[in-house]
Design a protein around this ligand. Sequence first.
Ligand code: AVI
Length: 325
Amino acid sequence: KRLQIDYLLTPSELSTELTDGGDVVEGLTQTVKSLPPRYFYDDFGSQLFEKICDLSEYYLTRTETLILRKYASEIARLTGACEIVELGSGSSTKTRILLDAYQQLGYPLHYSPIDVSAGILESSARELLADYSSLVVHGLVSTYEQALANLKPSPLPRRMICFIGSTLGNLTPQECDRFFAQITDALKIGEYFLLGIDLQKPTEILEAAYNDRQGVTAAFNLNMLAHLNRRFQGNFDLTQFEHLSFFNSEKSRIEMHLRSLTDQVVQLRSLNLTIKLAAGETIFTEISRKFNLSEMQQYLSTKGLAPLQVWTDPQQWYGLILCQR
Ligand code: AVI
């Protein structure tokens, strides 16, 4: 059997996990209002994100893909045959570059995609199986935390956990610390971790990537309110908010906010929540941290992950780091 998908989240757990809304109440009742970035990704939001990845201003996806194309066979040679576990696999587009490299070296292909979205996980697993005749897929519909705590023994002597796409940048430093404790717990000594991160660069380039001319990022940001309206019987008026995104150089991160254009009162009925917003007040929706490659290597070492090799593009806009536990 070449396909197995385990649901660590049953459909009802999945819906509680993603709909219970305690985190929305928590974020909107603080003095500085915020919303958890995971509410970006309803079906429409996921489509908008795919569009963002193709924007000329959004260099991240393109650059990471170039680095992977150039160095995937080197990665495969360094790790030898191993099970590839991918956190937040989505459509698994970039994973194909890795699979091609392992296949070319004649290694057995074992892939474990992990994603909270069952639909995208199943459809991309089927497409991969059709294209790679020797591939075995063992998917997990699950959050990262649950998956990392519940990984089955690897079918191959070694395993590599991949966390690409610069998603690490969306975690706060505290969330990062917790995340890496889980990663090292999930790896045996000698196993691998592949990380893709966005790097520091001139502010204009960063700000353009999060303020594209077509307004796709603005639509992505505003869509979170439409998602909350649907999910929690809310009445956010999307015309009364604007997208705001800028580079905070002190914290080396892009910040995305939704700025209220007027004094307004908003309700989310199923959460029993009424909030007031003043004109100009913002709701913080996302951080996207931009890292320094050598600081990240030091940080990873302190977490028990020794950097083996680092790759970047000619402009040093994006970094890929292979670590060994
Ligand atoms: C998913 N993540 C890596 C994206 C980023 O660049 O931080 C999310 C995003 N937000 C706005 N544009 C893209």
